[in-house]
Ligand binder design. Structure first.
Ligand code: 5AD
Ligand code: SF4
Length: 386
């Protein structure tokens, strides 16, 4: 039979099949090489992280169980709970992805009074939490001294570690809060790509963000960062750089969640971050930052109902239930359908207890401070519930 140019000869077909297989073998080899060298604690290498982020669905179990083993070995089985209190949804910034951005006029704004914040923290303590996270948009209404007073009152009345998550401020302001007794600070880098950062966060810059993180570390805060997965314009290399930046900053905590488009923002038509890529990024963060505290983020639980279990099986060791008063909770809408909007603290705790029992993971009894062994003298490291 006469061959047309569209029908390859048996020989070319053989070459093609062979080279496809060879490429597959190469991909499998580079996956295994990368996983072994990162798990062995060799310095993270962008190409290795990208090779693992490109892992196919069939390679996911191997990657997630490597992260799970690392989590067990480095920070133990216990899961730490942090009660989050979102006390104001006013924000002076205009981040393109966030529902709290100042140009979002459709969002009803609220602020809790000092007493309401203290009551919510008191409720957290009564429910057995050992950490409260005070979070808000960047709201200049509260002066540094107001926040300091709240921190002091919580520290003197409850046995709680206090984490602040209030955005970018001066070194002096961070110092005031630290001196008032704040233990930790969360300030996500969001993305390690300088240009993407500037586009998404036009009021600031990546270098300013990193400067803030360095100040926080100098001041002795246990410092957390994190990033979103699936941002428009983000590549696997960006995600690798995110992990490497957190490694370089030697952060104590890292929140990794999918980007979720909010209808009242300029990114309303962008695609959400993917589940697999978020889980891979979380797993790699565990492998590259073995002792960090990694939460099962609310954004991941919003993307999929089983997000908490998936995250806890792939590197995470922290859950952050919402203790914001129910009357305002639905207004802290950084992205739509936020998973914890209608969650009642007691019900959420019962669900978490049941999930952890099923997974054979105990609840931590201590405050869950940073676990790093090389920490400077600022804190009493509690490793009793490691
Ligand atoms: N999708 C996912 N996470 C978001 N955040 C803000 N907007 C979004 C969004 N659209 C996260 C950011 C920020 C925190 C307040 O919420 O990581 O740090
Ligand atoms: Fe404000 Fe933070 Fe939202 Fe940016 S991400 S608009 S700083 S609350």
């Amino acid at each position: 039979m006469e061959r047309t140019s569209l029908q390859p000869s048996r020989f070319t077909q053989y070459i093609r099949t062979y080279s496809n297989q060879r490429l597959e073998w190469l991909a499998i080899d580079s996956f295994k090489d990368a996983l072994h060298s990162l798990s062995a604690g060799l310095p993270p290498n962008e190409e290795y992280i990208v090779a693992l982020l490109s892992a196919g669905t069939e390679q996911m179990p191997e990657l997630l169980s490597a992260a799970d083993r690392m989590r067990r070995r480095e920070v133990g089985e216990a899961v730490h709970l942090r009660a989050i209190i979102e006390f104001s949804n006013f924000c002076r910034k205009n981040c393109l992805y966030c529902g709290l951005r100042r140009d979002n006029r459709s969002l009803p704004r609220y602020r809790l009074t000092e007493q309401q914040i203290l009551d919510a923290a008191g409720e957290a303590a009564v429910l057995g939490f050992r950490t409260v996270v005070l979070q808000s948009g960047e709201d200049p209404y509260y002066r540094p001294a107001d926040i300091a007073r709240v921190v002091e009152k919580i520290k003197s009345s409850c046995d709680l570690a206090v984490t602040l998550s209030l955005g970018e401020h001066s070194r002096q302001t961070y110092k005031i809060w630290r001196e008032a007794g704040a233990d930790r600070y969360l300030l996500k880098q969001e993305t390690a790509d300088e240009r993407l950062f500037k586009y998404l966060k036009p009021d600031t810059s990546l270098s300013k963000r990193v400067q803030c993180l360095c100040w926080l570390k100098e001041l002795g805060y246990q410092t957390g960062s994190g990033n979103m997965v699936g941002l428009p314009g983000q590549s696997l290399h960006t995600l690798a750089q995110d992990i490497m930046l957190m490694q370089e900053l030697d952060v104590d905590m890292a929140g990794i969640g999918p980007f979720l488009p909010h209808p009242a923002t300029p990114l309303k038509d962008a695609a959400p971050g993917g589940l697999e890529l978020t889980l891979k990024t979380l797993a790699l963060t565990r492998i590259c930052l073995p002792q960090a505290h990694l939460p099962a983020t609310t954004a991941l639980c919003t993307l999929t109902t089983d997000g908490r279990r998936m995250a806890l099986s792939g590197g995470a060791n922290v859950i952050m239930p919402n203790l914001t008063p129910p009357a305002v909770r639905s207004k802290y809408l950084i992205y739509p359908q936020k998973a914890d909007i209608s969650e009642k603290p007691a019900v959420a705790l019962a669900e978490i207890t049941a999930l952890l029992a099923e997974m054979g993971r105990p609840l931590a009894s201590g405050p869950g401070h940073a676990t790093k062994t090389n920490r400077k003298s600022f804190f009493t490291d509690d490793k009793s519930d490691k």
